[in-house]
Ligand binder design. Sequence first.
Ligand SMILES: *Cc1c(COP(=O)(O)O)cnc(C)c1O
Length: 457
Amino acid sequence: MVDLRGLPSVDQLLQTSLANQLIQSHGRPLTVEGIRAALADARTQALKGGSLPSAEDLLKSTAVKLDEWVAPALTAVINATGVLLHTNLGRAPLSPEACEAARNAAEGYSTLEYDLEKGERGSRGLGVEAILKRITGAEAALVVNNNAAALLLVLSALARRKRTVIARSQLVEIGGGFRIPDVMAQSGAKLVEVGTTNRVHPEDYARGLEEPAALVLHAHSSNYRIIGFTSEVELDELVKIAHDQHVPVVDDLGSGALIDTAQFGLAHEPTVAESLSAGVDLVCFSGDKLLGGPQAGIILGKKDYVARVRKHPLARAVRADKLCLAALHATLTHYLKDEIEAKLPVYRMLSQSLDDLDRRARVWADVLGEGEVRDGRSTVGGGSLPGETLPTRVLVLEVSQPNRFLANLRAASPPIIARIEDDRVVLDPRSVLPEQDGAMLMGLRTTLEKSKTRSLR
Ligand SMILES: *Cc1c(COP(=O)(O)O)cnc(C)c1O
């Protein structure tokens, strides 16, 4: 058995110049911890019959550990999946202006809650609320951490311990553990389901409202679609039925498009303006879905209701932070200036022509000297436009082990996320930021070379 006394001590290792470099780059306490961990590994290995590592080897494994410990929490990746609002990949990429605004807010002090004119405390989010009201025509606005928080807050403020009427077909689960009935239960609202799984009629709502209720909730079905023998009650009709009983209507729009998605060749996604003009009292939606901004929950609607929501104690717990407010404001400015197609990555991606996509995919194939360009379908994702796809042109690679190839792509730097269709690797240029084309081709080429040397062996 190896004599563990042959291992250098922590102090001996700390005296070396390699350790000194690590102390410079990672700080002394972390370096000491790294050395201890490397020594512990070496002892375990030696007890299993391995040989003792040299001081240099120990410091090399220390360096690996230290790099791992200080690696950023998030790794930037290239999204070649063709899913534009990919929830697992961070949904909407921000515009350069939104990034800049967040950066400015992060670097120094700001008027987050400060009134420059009066020289005293001001209220948070005023600037963002003003621009939201200007764009949508809503009477009042409030921004919170995300749309799940928005809905929880609205229900807590308006419907706690009270009956809340909702169609059974809208009791959806969205993924990431978001379920409308669970959020309702958490808020203390009493769920009153009306209608059936596939159909709800005006009479169902009217019956649900025969006993006093606090509100009617309308929720976007988000990531699924009911087809076949179905019926829904139009929003304006629903508003009329509820208002006849003096009950407010809240619409959880989910994605919450501010513009008509039909202009991008997509199906129509219900817009915020449509909800408001149907007479809904409050709408809530996400900031990082079709809006194209940072994670946020946006609540818009009638003054009195927004005021009640704002006053609820939970509002403080779910408030938006300054980076979010800054980025959201900059994102909304693009709407005000009618420049979303030029500025917001999501809309740039949506408005790419088939010709352009074809050209990019062909350049990829040319540079790689490999693959075929074919028709494909991109999807919007993020719980918007369920089942809707957009025609695209994709690069298709035939490789011997597609799953292994995808894993190698994920190990590239930056990692490339692609998908498999019919046993072939598919890469969609639509969701790849054009400035990432070069980096992606380098990663692809290396991965292809690796898979070839392996198959030659
Ligand atoms: C996405 C979605 C939510 C949750 O929004 P987050 O911003 O992700 O918290 C809530 N309701 C609907 C209908 C949604 O589509």
